[in-house]
Design a protein around this ligand. Structure first.
Ligand code: TXA
Ligand code: MG
Length: 334
C-alpha cells in the first residue's frame, strides 16, 4: 500500500500504461476528463468500486457513471435504445451521460441496486487512452468528497484527499469545468428527461433526439429505488463559506460588519466597489469560460478566509443553466 503524498502521473505513454495497469489491478486513480476530474475504478470489480464510495464518503444509494472508450461498447453493459444512436453520433465522445436499462454484468453496487446504468464516452484524450490501456470499463464519480465542490485541476484532488487518493493523472485544467449533462433514456425517446444540466443544453439534446425532454427533475427514484441524480440533493457542490446569490446584472446586498466579503461577477466590473474584494469568472462574460472557472474559483475563495461570498448568477440560457444549477446547489444550506 502506498503511503505519503500522492504521486502525479503525466501524459507520457509510459505513465499512461502504469495508470492502466493500476486500474486493471483494482486500484483507484484520479483521472482528468473534459468535464471534471473523476475518481476511477474498474466498474466490474466490486471491491474497487466499494473503495470509491468509501474514499468519497458517498452513500451507496447514489449510483456511479461508467465510462467507455467507444459507443459500440455500451451494448455490453446496457440495452441500447434506438434514440441512443442519434445522441451518440452527435455528442460522443463528449459531456453527455445517458441512463439506460442495465445488463446483469454491471454490479449492483455501481447502480445502487437499480435496474439502470449511467454511461458516457468521455472526450478527454488521456482519459480515453487510459480506458483503452486498462481494458476496463471505468466507474468514475467526480473526485471530490461527497457534497463538496468538484475538482477541475489535479491539484484540487490532492487538496481534498491527500494520501487517501495516492495516484492522480495530471491532465491540466478541465475544458468544461462542469459535469456532464445526464439524460434518462431508459423508457424510450418520448420519455427522455434531463436529470442534470451540463455543458450540452437541453435544446441541443432535444434537437438530436427529435423529441421534447419530459420536464421536471423527478428521475428514476420511484422506479429503481436509486438516487436519481445529484439534482435530487438540493445541497451539493458546496463550499464551507456561506454563499449569497443575486440575479445576473444585479449589485450585491452587502453585509454590515462581520468579516471580509468576496463579490463574484460574471465579467470584470467597470468600476471597483469599496469595502469588498472582487473576482470575476470571465474577462468578457463569456459563459463557456465562466463555466470552466466556477468550481476553481469557489474552491479558491473557500480557502480565502471570507465570511461570505456574493455570487452573480448567469443568464439562464445555454450553459448558463448548468452554471446556475451548480451555484444554487452550492448556496443551499440544507
Ligand atoms: O462529468 C461527469 O459526469 C463526471 C466525470 C468524472 O465523468 N462524473 C460525475 O459523476 O459527475 P458523479 O458521480 O459526481 O455524478 C453522477 C451522478 C450521480 O450523482 C447519480 O445521481 C447520477 O449521476 N446517476 C448515476 N447513475 C444513475 C442512474 N442509473 N440513474 C440516475 N442517475 C444516475
Ligand atoms: Mg459529483
Amino acid at each position: 500500500m502506498f503511503r505519503g503524498a500522492p504521486l502525479f502521473f503525466r501524459e507520457t505513454e509510459a505513465d499512461l500504461i502504469r495508470v492502466g495497469k493500476l486500474l486493471r489491478e483494482g486500484e483507484l486513480v484520479a483521472l482528468p476528463t473534459e468535464t471534471v476530474y473523476g475518481l476511477a475504478a474498474d466498474a466490474l470489480n466490486e471491491n474497487a468500486v466499494r473503495r470509491v464510495f468509501s474514499v468519497k464518503g458517498r452513500p451507496f444509494l447514489d449510483p456511479l457513471i461508467v465510462h467507455l472508450a467507444a459507443a459500440e461498447a455500451v451494448e455490453v453493459l446496457a440495452e441500447v435504445p434506438p434514440a441512443l444512436e442519434r445522441l451518440a453520433e452527435r455528442f460522443w465522445p463528449g459531456p453527455l451521460t445517458v441512463v439506460l436499462r442495465k445488463k446483469a454484468v454491471v454490479p449492483d453496487l455501481v447502480t445502487a441496486g437499480g435496474g439502470t446504468v449511467a454511461v458516457r464516452v468521455p472526450a478527454h484524450r488521456l482519459m480515453r487512452r487510459v480506458i483503452e490501456l486498462s481494458g476496463c470499463f471505468l466507474a468514475a464519480p467526480s473526485a471530490n468528497p461527497f457534497g463538496y465542490v468538484s475538482p477541475t485541476r489535479a491539484e484540487h484532488v490532492r487538496e481534498s484527499f491527500g494520501e487517501k487518493v495516492p495516484w492522480i493523472l495530471d491532465g491540466g485544467e478541465c475544458e468544461h469545468g462542469l459535469e456532464s449533462a445526464i439524460v434518462w433514456l431508459a423508457d424510450g425517446a418520448k420519455r427522455a428527461r434531463l436529470l442534470r444540466s451540463g455543458p450540452i443544453s437541453s435544446e441541443e439534446i432535444e434537437a438530436a433526439i427529435g423529441h421534447r425532454l419530459v420536464s421536471g427533475d423527478a428521475g428514476n427514484a420511484e422506479k429503481t429505488g436509486a438516487q436519481p441524480a445529484p439534482g435530487m440533493l438540493s445541497r451539493h457542490y458546496s463550499p464551507f463559506t456561506p454563499i449569497v446569490l443575486r440575479e445576473a446584472g444585479a449589485k450585491p446586498t452587502l453585509r454590515v460588519g462581520g468579516g471580509r466579503q468576496a463579490v463574484v461577477w460574471l465579467r470584470r466590473p467597470q468600476v471597483a466597489m469599496a469595502g469588498v474584494e472582487e473576482f470575476w469568472l470571465s474577462e468578457n462574460g463569456d459563459l463557456r469560460e465562466a463555466g470552466r472557472n466556477v468550481f476553481a474559483l469557489a474552491r479558491r475563495l473557500d480557502a480565502g478566509g471570507f465570511a461570505v461570498m456574493h455570487w452573480e448568477l448567469a443568464p439562464g440560457t445555454g450553459i448558463g443553466v448548468a452554471i446556475n444549477d451548480r451555484l444554487r446547489r452550492a448556496a443551499a444550506r440544507a
